[in-house]
Design a protein around this ligand. Structure first.
Ligand code: NDP
Ligand SMILES: O=C(O)C1=N[C@H](C(=O)O)C[C@H](O)C1
Length: 273
């Protein structure tokens, strides 16, 4: 889409909301129309961000005003916004993590009425890392144990991170197994030796860590560590804004950040037409 597009932000007063508002003001061809906050919030009626965007809790009007909705909030708010986007047939981009399998299924269901793109991580680096993990696990073959370690700031509410699960699914896919059948979350006490099949997840929370993920492929006498370190939350915001530009005017369907970064728009459209 060549004309200027307007996005509505859900979760506008959060950490990612602030990053989106700061980054959008540096980009051309994209502006924020409405900033949606929790119903009844004291800030309704005020303006926020460098461009002075209207703060509202009127989700319907905010979605109706937008070419694309961007959501970084919480699972229930994400699903409420997706329902609204589907009703208005407005493309929906979400980075909210911590959704259960049933909630992901509900979100996918909305993609029959609107274009929906959900990504656990909008950075270029993590989406490259995910491909390296799949490649690495396949290439290493038997004899390498897979462990995933992630670290985030002290205010993060879900664990393991959506990104750790995204990387875990890539590793499981490379072994042709279902992650749910092999995931082991944390270890304590007399656990016994690890099995060959398991994919372990370890979680650190502290301070202001933006987001770090390491996938260990550990064998007898050697190990590979595949690491991504985010040092600036702006990478997620810029990725989401890029995704929103790609999603404007898109057919209903389920899209991923891979479609935006590495895909072919026509193929993604055909898959969903
Ligand atoms: N995919 C990616 O690349 C990334 C994903 N994330 C994910 O994005 C989400 C948000 O992260 P972050 O910004 O750090 O979290 P914050 O807690 O800082 O922000 C979330 C915001 O959503 C608001 N919110 C909650 N419920 C509603 C509602 N019903 N309607 C409107 N707004 C609501 C919260 O308001 P209140 O304070 O009133 O509860 C808060 O302002 C998390 O799930 C996180 O894991 C984060 C970074 C990158
Ligand atoms: O909550 C965060 O901060 C982040 N959440 C995402 C996740 O759960 O993977 C992405 C990023 O790591 C930051």
């Amino acid at each position: 889409m060549d004309r200027e597009i307007f996005v509505t932000i859900i979760g506008a007063e959060g950490r990612m909301g602030a990053e989106l508002l700061a980054n959008v003001s540096l980009m051309e061809g994209i502006s924020v129309t409405d900033a949606v906050v929790r119903p009844g919030s004291e800030s309704v009626g005020s303006v926020i961000g460098p461009e002075g965007v209207r703060v509202t809790d009127d989700m319907d009007t905010a979605v109706e005003n937008a070419d694309v909705v961007i959501d970084f909030s919480a699972p229930e708010a994400c699903l409420a916004a997706a329902e609204c986007a589907a009703r208005f047939e407005t493309p929906f981009v979400s980075g909210t993590t911590g959704l259960s399998e049933a909630q992901i299924a509900e979100l996918k269901g909305r993609s029959s009425d609107a274009a929906v793109l959900w990504a656990a991580n909008f950075s270029v680096g993590v989406n490259v890392l995910e491909q390296l993990v799949e490649l690495g696990v396949k290439a290493a073959g038997e004899g390498f144990d897979i462990e995933i370690c992630e670290a985030h700031h002290r205010r993060k509410v879900d664990a393991p991170s959506g990104t750790a699960l995204f990387l875990g699914r890539a590793a499981a896919r490379a072994r042709d197994v279902d992650l749910d059948d092999v995931a082991v979350h944390g270890r304590e006490g007399h656990t016994g030796a690890r099995s060959d099949e398991e994919i372990g997840f370890q979680v650190i929370r502290g301070g202001s860590i933006v987001g770090e993920h390491t996938v260990y492929l550990a064998a007898e006498g050697e190990r590979i560590e595949l690491t991504h370190r985010a040092t600036d939350r702006g990478i997620f915001a810029r990725g989401a804004l890029r995704a929103a530009q790609w999603m404007a005017g898109r057919h209903p369907g389920w899209y991923s950040m891979k479609d935006v970064l590495f895909g072919d728009s026509e193929r993604a459209n055909e898959r969903n037409s």
